[in-house]
Design a protein around this ligand. Structure first.
Ligand SMILES: NC(=O)c1ccc[n+]([C@@H]2O[C@H](COP(=O)([O-])OP(=O)(O)OC[C@H]3O[C@@H](n4cnc5c(N)ncnc54)[C@H](O)[C@@H]3O)[C@@H](O)[C@H]2O)c1
Length: 418
């Protein structure tokens, strides 16, 4: 009898616990989103300041977290937690923005999703594909908004390129060239954080820190290639162990190809995206979109003209671009809030963030193995490779202290179409 009483109590307790979890997961209808920012470095502080200063309607800064306790004073009246996990379970927030070094995006992201919070994660959503899969698998409740900070997606120039390419204006795409070397970084930048430009702390270099934006735009506009060949140079320009110079070749099943070039070691840099399709050539450089539109599609002309050295006449089409009225970060924060409060679709859902991770991983994997990589990438194989790099690293990071607040951090995300 005593045994069955205990058992009944146990069953009742389990039942109660399940109900409590279900109730806590059931989203309250919110009139304001209480946001917590985890990581108050350059980027997290900018997000926190935007919310704190009232730039994001419907949003209030309720809590902040940083391992560095001295940052508690930066947001007076806002709850502070040294441990990001403690902020997540505090009950003081409905949503979190994760702006920590990269590996913690996965662990904190999973913890926040499991706690029933809405989540906006900085790029890259994870360091490698296997981690990204784990993170996305934790997003089981579709009522929870899970976005990624791809703040260049709102740029009207890229929006227009996407519309033209995906809407079929250029016809079948033959070739894409994207040279984006406007990511120049100094030695002082790499020396400013122990996690930066190490396999263990950052998980890579330009492909993991700066280029997630470009790789995201690339896949968002052109889709994923089927084959990747990467050529990376590691520490070519800086005293770092990870890649700071990259040339990659992509191939699609229909034969179209792309070349993607990036570097943090060149100045002045170039940001030129060139798309050649059946119907003409589109270029985006310095914020100017130019379209040379063939009067006759390339293949049709080639196959029908009797002129051996014929050139297809084309029109120089000027494409008006609406001016951007605010920074991409603000747009994404507003969109995240609107998605929570009003069910607006996300401009950059987190589940799309796995593709830029996969592309970056594939370029590195191809370069490290000196082989062409077929997609989908074997995420476990890449994770093993990365773990080998971490294990065999002999690199000793030299750090220099930079004066807090002495620099204009906004210069670090000057990545727009301009
Ligand atoms: N979207 C953009 O334009 C953009 C620009 C710059 C950086 N970023 C991204 O933002 C993230 C942070 O970069 P950053 O340049 O601000 O780095 P940072 O080194 O300046 O700041 C990171 C901060 O996180 C804190 N931190 C580390 N682990 C923590 C934890 N577990 N809990 C709480 N705090 C923790 C550190 O103390 C530090 O203050 C990275 O993912 C980076 O790629 C995005």
């Amino acid at each position: 009898m005593a045994f069955s009483m205990d058992k009944a109590m146990l069953v009742f307790e389990v039942f109660l616990r399940k109900i409590t979890v279900a109730m806590s997961k059931k989203k309250r209808r919110l009139s304001k989103v209480r946001v917590g920012i985890i990581g108050l470095g350059g980027m997290g502080s900018a997000h926190a300041n935007a919310i704190f200063s009232g730039k994001i309607p419907g949003c209030e800064l309720s809590a902040v977290s940083d391992q560095d306790g001295s940052k508690a004073a930066n947001f007076p009246g806002v709850s502070f937690f040294e441990d990001g996990g403690a902020l997540i379970t505090s009950g003081e927030v409905d949503a979190v923005v994760i702006a920590t070094p990269h590996y913690a995006h996965t662990t904190l992201g999973i913890a926040a999703l499991k706690a029933g919070l809405h989540v906006l994660v900085e790029k890259p959503i994870s360091v490698h594909k296997a981690d990204a899969e784990k993170l996305l698998a934790a997003h089981t409740d579709r009522e929870q908004i899970f976005g990624a900070m791809f703040n260049v997606r709102p740029d009207p120039c890229y929006q227009k390129v996407r519309e033209l390419v995906r809407g079929g204006e250029l016809g079948k795409i033959r070739r894409v060239n994207w040279i984006v070397t406007t990511w120049f970084r100094t030695e002082a930048y790499y020396a400013s954080g122990g996690w930066r430009a190490t396999w263990k702390g950052e998980g890579g270099g330009v492909l993991l820190n700066q280029c997630p934006h470009n790789l995201d735009l690339y896949q968002w506009i052109f889709g994923m290639p089927s084959k990747v060949r990467g050529f990376c140079q590691f520490g070519r320009y800086h005293n770092i162990e990870v890649e700071d110079d990259v040339t990659a070749y992509f191939e699609y099943p229909d034969g179209s190809t792309a070349v993607f070039i990036t570097s943090t070691g060149e100045s002045p840099g170039t940001n030129r995206l060139e798309v050649t399709g059946e119907q003409g050539r589109l270029t985006l450089e310095n914020g100017v979109l130019r379209y040379l539109r063939n009067e006759i599609p390339t293949e049709k002309y080639s196959k029908t003209t009797a002129d051996r050295f014929g050139v297809i006449p084309c029109w120089d089409v000027s494409i008006p671009i609406p001016p951007s009225t605010e920074s991409g970060h603000i747009s994404i924060l507003k969109n995240f809030t609107d998605a929570i409060l009003h069910g607006k679709p996300l401009l950059a859902p987190a589940h799309e963030g796995i593709r830029s991770v996969e592309l970056g991983n594939a370029i590195l994997y191809s370069s490290l193995t000196e082989k062409t990589v077929s997609l989908p990438l074997d995420g476990r194989a890449y994770e093993r490779k990365l773990n080998e790099l971490i294990k065999n690293s002999k690199f000793k990071k030299k750090m220099t202290k930079t004066k807090a607040g002495a620099e204009d951090f906004s210069k670090s995300f000057a990545m727009t179409s301009k």
